[in-house]
Design a protein. Structure first.
Length: 394
């Protein structure tokens, strides 16, 4: 185990991955994507912004942090852009939004991994535990393979996901070689099966692709998640949320219908949602194994209000009815901005992460024997900066 992981406190705090992009980051992303800036200049300027993202998480008190995913315009499509074989705007999604689809063979050279430099930069610029997130092969298969557009390149969904898991395995190995301690795979699509209307096809979401029997789909997803993680010597995490889009989710439903499958993933931690109404219930953890960590989503990233630390603490207490303190990691429900255009502002994210950190501190001190009521009285009588957080508007 890397020495940084050994130093993690009880109730370690973590981000899921993305932070909201500032307007300057968005302008920079478009300048690079549209070729209006030379690659070396883009890289240097983005490095400066990413250092700010890292320092923001450190100042908020986060123990396991990311680079904010600020180098990515989208948590999946940075990958699809780099491997090639994808054509823009050919799959119709929600509200008429068009998604890329795979139409040609992906190209990948293991000696030139896509995310190695990004991961290495994060590792070199923090003394905290560095974490790097990659998209699951299953979500890419489901969203970007089309029976009408993709069969010349990949005759079946299975042939596509096989190639995806091979490439993503190399990427996971590469970011660990770069020094990352925690590798996370993101897969909101498996969580869609929490929604009975979706799994029974009563609810149709065009941009989530074709699917078969729920049990077969979940088995396929977990098989390829395990292939990505094979031999990866890091703390491995699987993040399953109900998707975030413009401050809402497409699906709702608790984890009980799919949890047995998720526990087949060869990971140390499952990062799940519990703060946003209609997602996970703590009773879902009733039979959760004692040797598995649980990233408890205890801060809502969709709605704007910033929770008070005591609200977050009470949510963690809900989880502690079923799991031990040693199993719990504390995190927001999801990334704050999986796409660069998501509406939260960076100050909202900072205030929420600061509240998360303060709640963790209260939990640690209570676990050490201090009286919680006395701690809260002390906090409420302390400096204003410790008592209040800015409430962000929509």
């Amino acid at each position: 185990m890397p020495h940084r992981l050994k130093k993690l406190p009880l109730f370690p705090t973590q981000v899921i991955g993305s932070l909201p992009r500032t307007q300057s980051v968005r302008a920079l992303l478009f300048a690079g994507k549209e070729g209006r800036m030379k690659p070396k200049e883009f890289e240097a300027r983005m490095d400066e912004h990413v250092i700010f993202a890292i320092r923001l998480q450190e100042l908020a008190g986060i123990d396991i942090l990311s680079d904010g995913e600020w180098r990515r315009h989208h948590y999946v499509e940075e990958f699809t852009d780099r491997v090639g074989g994808f054509q823009a705007d050919i799959i119709v999604g929600r509200e008429g939004i068009l998604f890329p689809g795979v139409v040609g063979k992906m190209r990948y050279d293991p000696s030139e991994p896509i995310f190695y430099r990004d991961a290495e930069f994060l590792v070199k610029n923090t003394t905290r535990v560095p974490k790097f997130a990659l998209p699951s092969p299953y979500i890419i298969m489901r969203r970007y393979w089309s029976p009408a557009k993709s069969t010349d390149a990949y005759p079946t969904r299975e042939s596509f996901i096989e190639h995806l898991s091979e490439i993503l395995h190399h990427e996971a190995m590469a970011v660990v070689q770069a020094g990352v301690d925690v590798v996370q795979l993101d897969d909101p699509l498996v969580t869609y099966f929490c929604d009975p209307d979706y799994s029974s096809r009563k609810k149709v979401l065009a941009d989530t692709g074709v699917f078969g029997d729920m049990e077969d789909e979940l088995a396929l997803a977990i098989t390829h998640i395990n292939r990505v993680f094979e031999g990866v010597r890091a703390r491995r995490q699987l993040h399953c949320c109900h998707a975030v889009y413009k401050r809402r989710s497409d699906v709702l439903g608790h984890y009980t219908p799919i949890l047995g499958h998720l526990l087949q993933a060869e990971v140390q931690d499952l990062n799940l949602e519990f703060a946003y109404a209609g997602t996970g219930k703590f009773t879902d953890l009733r039979k959760y194994p004692s040797d598995r960590g649980i990233g408890v989503g205890c801060v809502d990233v969709r709605l704007a209000p910033v929770p008070q630390p005591i609200e977050i603490l009470r949510r963690i207490d809900g989880a502690l009815k079923f799991v031990s303190p040693q199993q719990v990691l504390m995190n927001p429900d999801c990334g704050f901005a999986p796409h660069h255009g998501e509406p939260p502002q960076i100050d909202e994210a900072f205030n929420k992460l600061k509240a998360l950190s303060e709640a963790a501190s209260l939990l640690r001190r209570r676990a050490a024997g201090e009286d919680l009521r006395a701690l809260l009285r002390k906090r409420d009588n302390g400096p204003v900066s410790h008592r209040y957080h800015v409430r962000m508007e929509e």
